[in-house]
Ligand binder design. Structure first.
Ligand code: ADP
Ligand code: MG
Length: 864
C-alpha cells in the first residue's frame, strides 16, 4: 500500500473487508469507485471511466456517480446479482484532521434490498442460508422486507434445490467450508447469488428468535443468516419475527421439474408469469395477498379439514356477491402493511407512508364488520383476527396533517392541535405574516402607491417593493434602500426586519420541532410492528380467499369434494388453456379413476390434447388442495400427497443435461418417491431415445408403477403397441383423444374416450402444417406400405415386450430407389433407424433449440 496517498490507503483497507462487493466510496457529492471496481462498474453502469493520481507511479482507474442519483445505479448492480457496500464520511470534513473518517454503513445485496425496482411488490424477497450435515440440509429463509423468518429441514440436494427455486431465494449464505460440488449444483439449477460468512455463533439474541427450534442444524442455519443480516444491515432489525419451522410433509410435494412443467408460477418457455396458474388466479387486491397467493400455490395443503375451511370461505364469498365486491373495494385502500412494518423498523418511512398506514387502518373496522357478518363460521372467524390497532389509528389521525410532504425536514407534517409548542410557533409565524399583510395595506394608503407590495426571497428576506415609475411619489427617507432591480426598488424598515426575525425563527423552530415529533411518532409506530404484521397476515388471507371466489365465480368452477381413492371429474377443463382460448371452444372432458383403475394409457394423434388433458388433472388437484374451486362441473378427488410429472420435450438447457437424461431423471424421481396416494403424469416417456429402447423403457415403467407403486397415473404415449397392455395389467385402461378425418383432413375433437386410438395422424398434422403436397403424398404411400408390413406381425404378437420388425429388409431398399430410378448404395441399418427417428420427430412440439439439438445428435450418430 505504500506509495499511495492516505485517502487511497484508507480506500484499500476498507475495500479489503468487502472484496465481493462494489465499494461506493463517498467523496464529497459523489460515490467513487477505484481500481477493478471502477473498470467493472464503468462497464456495467455505462459510466465514464477516468483516472486519478493516487500517489503511486500509475494513475488509478476511477469512476463515480453523484450521491443523489446513486439509488438507481445501486439498483442496477443489485439486479445483476452484485453487492454494493455504501461507505460514507462519518465526520464533518471541515473538522477532520488529515483524511476524513469513512465507514461502510450498509451492505446492500440481492437478498437484502429494502426498496427499488428489483424488489417486486407481488413477490417475497428471500435471503437464505444453507447448512449441511451428511445427507441432511437445513435451510433458513428471511424476507427482510416483511420480517418473516422460516426454517426447514430437507432430506436431499434435490429437495433443497426445489425449495430454493420454489421460494425464489435471491441470495444464499454459506460457510467457507461448504461443499463445492453442492454449491455448483445450486448455482447451476437456481439463479441465486452466493455469499460466504463464517459467523454462526448462537447468541442470546438469536435464541430469543429461535428458542422453540430444537434441531441444532436448523438453529445453525438461522444463526448464520442472522449474523449476516446484522453485519450487512448495521441497523435495527426489530421487525424480524420469531422463526417458524415448516415441514415438507405438511404440504403436497411437487418437485422442481413438475413445478416447472406444470407452469405453476411461470411458463417454461418465456419464464413469464403470464400463462401460468398464478397469472390465472391473481385477482388479489393487495401486494400482501399476491405474495401469499404465490406461497399457497407453492404449498398445497394435505389436511382436508384445513382445505375445507378455505373452501367454505370461498363458497361463502361466492354466495355473498355484494359483500365480496365491497371487500374488494376496501382492500384496494389497504397499503402493504407487511413491508411498511419492515420499513418502520429500518427507520425509513416518511409521513406519506404513515398517512397511508392511517388510511389502511381506517378500513379495518368496516372490513371486520363485513367479514363478521358472513354466514359461514369458517368465513366469519377471520373477523376476530382483524386487529384494528385503534390506538395507532387515533394517534396517526391526531398527529398527521392531511397531506404531508415526502420530506420529513420541511414541516407541514403535524396536524394543528397535536403539540402545544408547535401551535405557539405556528401562531407566531401566522401573526407575523398577518402583520405583513396589514403593513402592505397601511403603506399603500399612506403613500398613495397602489402597486406597492411586500415580498420575500431567501437572500434578502422580507422587503417592500416600489416600481420605478412610482418612485417619485415615495417620500424621501421613508424606507431604507436594499436592492435595485431594472424597474423597481426594494426597501426595508427596522420594524419589518424585527418581524421578519420572529417569523423566521418560528419557522425554523417549527421545522425542527416537527422533525422531532415525527421521529417520536415513528418510534411509537415501532411498538405496533408485530400487531401490524399479524393484521397483515389476516388481510392477506382474506385477499387470497376473495381472489379464489372471484376467479371461481367468473370461470364457473365447482367446489371439489375429497374422496378416499377416487377421481371423478365431470366436464373438467384446463384452467389456463380455457382462459387463453375462448372458453366456448374448450372441450370439457371427464376423468374417472379409482383403486381398481388407477392407470390410464392415453393415445391419440399429435396435437389432439393428450398433454392438455393430463395437465388439467394435475392442476385441478392443486387448485383443490390450495382451497380453490376447480374447473369442472363436478369434482371428486383424493387428497394427493405428491404430484410428479414428466411432460413434453422440455429441455433443461440451462443445466446442460440432455433431453433424455432429464427425462430419465424426472422418471427416477417419480419412481423413487411416489406412493399410492400420489399422482403421476408421464407424457410420452421414452421419446428421447430410439424407438425400441424407448418403448421398452415405457412399458417397463408402466409395469413398475402398476405393480410397485399403485399411484394414480396418466401415461400418454405415441407407442401404439403399448395399448395391448390393457389385457395384461388389471388397473390399466386405454383411453384416447379423438380425432376424425374429414375429407382427408384431420379434425381434432379434443374429446377423451375409452379405448385405444386406432391410427396415427402424424401425416395429417404435417398436412396442416403445409408441408409440400408432393412430400405428403409420398409419406401416405410409405405409411400404407409400412402398415401392411407391420400389421401381420402385430397380429401374431401376443406379448409386446419383444421388439417388432416393422421395416422388412425389402422395404428398406425400395425406400430409396423407387423415386430416383437409379442405383445407389443401400443405406445401412443404422441409417434406416435414424431415418425412422427423423420421421417420428415431433417437430411441431419442438422449439428451435430442441430441433437443433436433435439434428446435432443425429448427425453425430451418422458420423460415428
Ligand atoms: P398432444 O399432447 O396430444 O399433442 P396438446 O395437449 O399439446 O396435444 O394439445 C394441442 C393443442 O390442442 C393445445 O395447445 C390446445 O390449443 C388444443 N387443445 C387441447 N385440449 C383441448 C380441449 N380440451 N379443448 C380445446 N382445445 C384443446
Ligand atoms: Mg403432448
Amino acid at each position: 500500500m505504500s506509495g499511495y496517498t492516505p485517502m487511497i490507503q484508507q480506500y484499500l483497507s476498507i475495500k479489503a473487508e468487502y472484496q465481493d462487493a462494489f465499494l461506493f466510496f463517498r467523496l464529497g457529492d459523489f460515490y467513487e469507485m477505484f481500481f477493478d471496481d471502477a473498470l467493472k462498474a464503468s462497464k456495467e453502469l455505462e459510466i465514464t471511466l477516468t483516472s486519478r493520481d493516487g500517489g503511486s507511479q500509475d494513475r488509478i482507474p476511477m469512476c463515480g456517480v453523484p450521491y443523489h442519483a446513486a439509488a438507481a445505479y445501486i439498483e442496477r448492480l443489485i439486479e445483476k446479482g452484485y453487492k454494493v457496500a455504501i461507505c460514507e464520511q462519518t465526520e464533518d470534513p471541515k473538522q477532520a484532521k488529515g483524511v476524513v473518517k469513512r465507514e461502510v454503513v450498509q451492505l446492500i445485496t440481492p437478498g437484502t434490498v429494502m426498496e427499488g425496482k428489483s424488489l417486486k411488490e407481488n413477490e417475497n424477497n428471500y435471503l437464505s442460508s444453507l447448512e449441511r450435515e451428511e445427507k441432511h440440509f437445513a435451510l433458513a429463509l428471511t424476507d427482510l422486507t416483511t420480517g418473516e423468518n422460516t426454517v426447514v429441514k430437507l432430506a436431499s440436494i434435490d429437495e433443497t434445490v426445489t425449495e430454493i427455486y420454489a421460494v425464489g431465494a435471491k441470495e444464499i449464505v454459506i460457510s467457507s467450508g461448504f461443499s463445492d460440488i453442492i454449491l455448483e449444483q445450486l448455482q447451476k439449477r437456481c439463479a441465486v447469488a452466493v455469499s460466504v460468512s463464517d459467523e454462526d455463533e448462537l447468541t442470546e439474541e438469536i435464541i430469543s428468535y429461535a428458542e422453540h427450534i430444537s434441531d441444532p442444524l436448523l438453529r445453525k442455519a438461522f444463526s448464520r443468516l442472522y449474523h449476516y443480516l446484522k453485519k450487512t444491515q448495521m441497523r435495527n432489525l426489530q421487525h424480524l419475527q420469531k422463526v417458524k419451522e415448516y415441514k415438507l410433509q405438511q404440504h403436497m410435494k411437487i418437485d422442481l421439474y413438475s413445478k416447472r412443467n406444470l407452469e405453476l408460477t411461470e411458463t417454461i418457455r418465456s419464464k413469464d408469469k403470464k400463462g401460468s396458474l398464478l397469472w390465472l388466479l391473481d385477482e388479489t387486491k393487495t401486494s400482501m395477498g399476491a405474495r401469499m397467493l404465490k406461497q399457497w400455490i407453492d404449498k398445497p395443503l394435505l389436511d382436508p379439514v384445513e382445505i375445507d375451511k378455505r373452501l367454505n370461505t370461498v363458497e361463502t364469498f361466492m354466495n355473498s356477491y355484494f359483500e365480496k365486491e365491497d371487500l374488494r373495494e376496501k382492500l384496494k385502500e389497504v397499503y402493504d402493511l407487511e413491508r411498511l412494518a419492515g420499513r418502520v423498523a429500518f427507520g425509513n418511512v416518511n409521513a406519506r407512508d404513515l398517512t397511508q398506514l392511517r388510511r389502511s387502518l381506517e378500513q379495518i373496522p368496516s372490513i371486520r364488520e363485513l367479514v363478521g357478518s358472513l354466514k359461514h363460521p369458517d368465513a366469519a372467524r377471520h373477523a376476530e383476527k382483524l386487529d384494528p390497532c385503534e390506538e395507532l389509528t387515533v394517534l396517526l389521525s391526531d398527529a398527521l396533517a392531511e397531506h404531508p410532504p415526502i420530506s420529513i425536514k420541511e414541516g407541514n407534517i403535524i396536524r394543528d392541535g397535536f403539540d402545544e409548542q408547535l401551535d405557539i410557533y405556528r401562531n407566531a409565524s401566522k401573526n407575523g405574516k398577518t402583520w405583513m399583510v396589514q403593513l402592505e395595506q397601511r403603506e399603500r394608503q399612506s403613500t398613495g402607491i397602489k402597486s406597492l407590495k411586500i415580498g420575500y426571497n431567501k437572500v434578502f428576506g422580507y422587503y417592500i417593493e416600489v416600481s420605478r415609475a412610482n418612485l417619485p411619489h415615495l417620500p424621501e427617507g421613508r424606507y431604507e434602500r436594499k436592492q435595485t432591480l431594472a424597474n423597481a426598488e426594494r426597501f426595508i424598515t427596522p420594524e419589518l426586519k424585527e418581524k421578519e426575525a420572529l417569523i423566521l425563527e418560528a419557522e425554523e423552530k417549527m421545522a425542527e420541532l416537527e422533525h422531532q415529533l415525527f421521529l417520536q411518532l415513528r418510534e411509537k409506530v415501532k411498538t405496533f410492528i408485530s400487531r401490524l404484521q399479524s393484521l397483515a397476515k389476516t388481510i392477506s388471507e382474506l385477499d387470497v380467499l376473495q381472489c379464489f371466489a372471484t376467479v371461481s365465480d367468473k370461470r364457473h368452477y365447482c367446489k371439489p369434494q375429497f374422496t378416499a381413492d377416487e377421481i371423478r371429474l365431470i366436464d373438467g377443463r384446463h384452467p389456463v388453456v380455457e382462459k387463453v382460448m375462448d372458453s366456448q371452444e374448450y372441450v370439457p372432458n371427464n376423468c374417472l379413476m379409482n383403486a381398481e383403475r388407477n392407470l390410464l394409457l392415453i393415445t391419440g394423434p399429435n396435437m389432439s390434447g393428450k398433454s392438455t388433458y393430463m395437465r388439467q388433472i394435475a392442476l385441478t388437484a392443486i387448485l383443490a388442495q390450495i382451497g380453490c374451486f376447480v374447473p369442472a362441473k363436478e369434482a371428486y378427488l383424493p387428497v394427493f400427497d405428491q404430484i410428479f410429472t414428466r411432460i413434453g420435450a422440455a429441455d433443461d438447457l440451462i443445466s446442460g443435461q440432455s433431453t433424455f437424461m432429464v427425462e430419465m431423471l424426472e422418471a427416477r424421481n417419480a419412481l423413487a418417491h411416489a406412493t399410492s396416494r400420489s399422482l403421476i403424469l408421464f407424457d410420452e416417456i421414452g421419446r428421447g431415445t430410439s424407438t425400441y429402447d424407448g418403448m421398452a423403457l415405457a412399458q417397463a415403467i408402466i409395469e413398475y408403477v402398476h405393480k410397485e407403486i399403485g399411484a394414480k397415473t396418466l401415461f400418454s404415449t405415441h407407442y401404439h403397441e403399448l395399448t395391448i397392455l390393457e389385457k395384461k395389467l388389471s388397473g390399466l385402461e386405454n383411453v384416447h383423444v379423438k380425432a376424425v378425418e374429414d375429407q382427408g383432413k384431420v379434425v381434432f375433437l379434443h374429446k377423451v374416450d375409452r379405448g385405444a386410438a386406432d391410427k396415427s395422424y402424424g401425416i395429417h398434422v404435417a398436412e396442416l402444417a403445409e408441408l409440400p403436397e408432393q412430400l405428403i403424398q409420398r409419406a401416405k404411400k410409405l405409411l400404407s406400405k409400412f402398415e401392411a408390413a407391420g400389421a401381420s406381425i402385430t397380429r401374431e404378437q401376443s406379448d409386446v415386450s419383444a421388439p417388432q420388425t416393422i421395416y422388412p429388409e425389402k422395404e428398406q431398399l425400395s425406400f430409396f430407389h423407387e423415386e430416383e430410378g437409379k442405383q445407389e448404395k443401400a443405406p445401412s441399418k443404422k441409417e434406416m433407424q435414424l431415418l425412422k427417428e427423423i420421421r417420428e420427430l415431433n417437430i411441431l412440439e419442438m422449439n428451435p433449440l430442441e430441433a437443433m439439438n436433435e439434428l446435432y445428435r443425429i448427425q453425430k450418430k451418422l458420423k460415428k
